[in-house]
Design a protein around this ligand. Structure first.
Ligand SMILES: [Zn+2]
Length: 196
């Protein structure tokens, strides 16, 4: 049995919202998020993307939780002197996706976009539990970098080293249009079966 942890917000004493299998819990009152780490809760201020002003705004906005991982990396060709060091912010779904074929590597495509986050209070909490742990998510920056750089270097053999510097949880708005969800970053449409 794991130890019980108190599910109260340390900022405002509000009750935290989550499900049995959640790795992240949210405070509705002060918009904090909490990650379970070594039997205690690490708190983050919650960041989210402001929904884009477009004709979809009359639609219901819902939020999906994503990991935000800040990393430094080194890319080096195995075949030439080409290489560089860089830093980036990666976004990885913090929820389990039943049908990965529909959803694809959404975080890979977020990496190519300039995502602008706002601290503060989103209209609501995420509709899906954040039940996909950081350990799984932390593998994805390397996967995304390999994909991007292998395309750019046309299949050249590459060594890529990634060091994670920091992480937090963010909320990305999706618009509910009829039965589908449209994400606010790429405006891609997902049938509900793709998500849950
Ligand atoms: Zn709170």
């Amino acid at each position: 049995m794991s130890d019980l942890i108190s599910l109260k917000c340390t900022e405002c004493s509000g009750s935290l919202t989550g499900e049995n299998n959640s790795r992240v819990f949210f405070c509705r009152l002060c918009s904090s998020s909490y990650y379970v780490y070594q039997n205690s809760l690490r708190r983050f201020p919650l960041h989210y993307i402001e929904p884009a002003a477009q004709n979809l705004t009359q639609q219901k906005t819902v939020y999906f939780p994503f990991w935000q991982i800040e990393s430094q990396y080194k890319v080096q060709s195995k075949e030439s002197d080409w290489g560089y060091s860089g830093a980036g912010i990666f976004y990885i779904p913090a929820f389990f996706i039943r049908n990965i074929d529909y959803f694809g590597d959404i975080g890979y495509y977020y990496m190519q976009k300039k995502v602008i986050l706002k601290p503060g209070k989103p209209q609501d909490l995420p509709i899906l539990p954040a039940d996909r742990g950081l350990k799984t998510a932390a593998k994805y920056p390397l996967i995304y970098l390999y994909k991007a750089e292998t395309l750019r270097r046309k299949g050249e053999g590459l060594d890529i080293n990634v060091k994670h510097k920091d992480f937090s949880v963010i909320l990305i708005p999706f618009y509910k249009t009829g039965f589908d969800y449209v994400d606010a970053v790429l405006s891609w449409k997902y049938p509900p079966g793709a998500l849950v």
